[in-house]
Design a protein. Structure first.
Length: 69
């Protein structure tokens, strides 16, 4: 089943984007292309607490998937 992401409500689109950013930052961390401070910096830029929580949950999910402690 395919889903057209452009048809999602704005908050759902934002969740998808935050999840993608989290995945990319954890990948960079795994590949030693950045440090954990970049993840913290990105999280601190999110003013909405719900978005920040979602982002950090995504970071933790990708850390588990990529085997990063």
């Amino acid at each position: 089943m395919s889903v057209n992401l452009s048809l999602l409500p704005a908050d759902e689109k934002n969740k998808v984007e935050l999840d993608k950013q989290a995945s990319f930052l954890v990948w960079k961390l795994r590949e030693a292309k950045s440090g954990p401070e970049e993840i913290v910096q990105q999280a601190n830029q999110l003013v909405d607490e719900v978005e920040r929580t979602w982002f950090m949950q995504s970071v933790e999910k990708y850390k588990r998937m990529m085997g990063i402690a």
